[in-house]
Write a protein that binds this ligand. Structure first.
Ligand code: ZN
Ligand code: ZN
Length: 152
C-alpha cells in the first residue's frame, strides 16, 4: 500500500498507515499508483485509476468521439460549444449521425473545448465519469490486442 503526506507530498510504501511523515511530521493518507504514468498520488485524485494529467493527455479524436458518443454527450457538446443553441439532445438518429459527422470532421476546431467539457465543466464528477470510461476502454483495447496476438 502507498501513503502520501498531506503536507509535503512525500510517499512511502508499507502495509500499515505510518504514524507521521518522516520528513515533516504531518499525517499521511492513502495513495495509489496511476495506471498510466505510475506516479503515486492521493487515492482521491485518481479517476478510474488514472491521474488528471494522464486523462487530459488521453483525450484525442478517437477517445473523445467514442466517449461522447457512448455516453450520449455528443449532441449536448455541440449544442453548448459549437452552435450555442438550446440542448436538443432528444434529437432523432439522423440528427445524431449529422452531429457525429460534424464532430469528426471538425475535431481540430473543437479540441480545447472538448477537454474543458470532459475534464472541467462537471468538476470531479466529470473527471470520474471519463476516468471510469477510459479505464474500461483501455482494458478492452488491451484484451483485443492480446487476442489478435494470440490469433496471429
Ligand atoms: Zn511530509
Ligand atoms: Zn498518470
Amino acid at each position: 500500500m502507498y501513503w502520501v503526506c498531506e503536507n509535503c507530498g512525500e510517499t512511502v510504501q508499507q502495509d500499515k498507515q505510518p504514524d507521521e511523515c518522516w520528513l515533516c511530521g504531518c499525517e499521511m493518507v492513502e495513495a495509489d499508483e496511476c495506471d498510466g504514468c505510475g506516479e503515486v498520488t492521493f487515492t482521491g485524485r485518481l479517476f478510474g485509476g488514472y491521474c488528471e494529467d494522464c486523462l487530459r493527455e488521453s483525450i484525442n479524436e478517437l477517445t473523445a468521439e467514442r466517449y461522447l458518443s457512448e455516453r450520449g454527450f455528443l449532441v449536448q457538446f455541440l449544442c453548448n460549444y459549437a452552435w450555442d443553441v438550446a440542448d436538443i439532445s432528444g434529437g432523432n438518429e439522423r440528427f445524431k449521425a449529422l452531429c457525429l459527422n460534424e464532430f469528426v470532421n471538425n475535431y481540430r476546431t473543437y479540441h480545447n473545448q472538448v477537454e474543458q467539457f470532459i475534464m472541467d465543466d462537471d468538476g470531479d464528477d466529470g473527471k470520474a465519469d471519463y476516468g471510469k470510461w477510459y479505464a474500461k476502454y483501455r482494458s478492452q483495447s488491451r484484451a483485443r490486442r492480446e487476442k489478435e496476438n494470440a490469433d496471429g
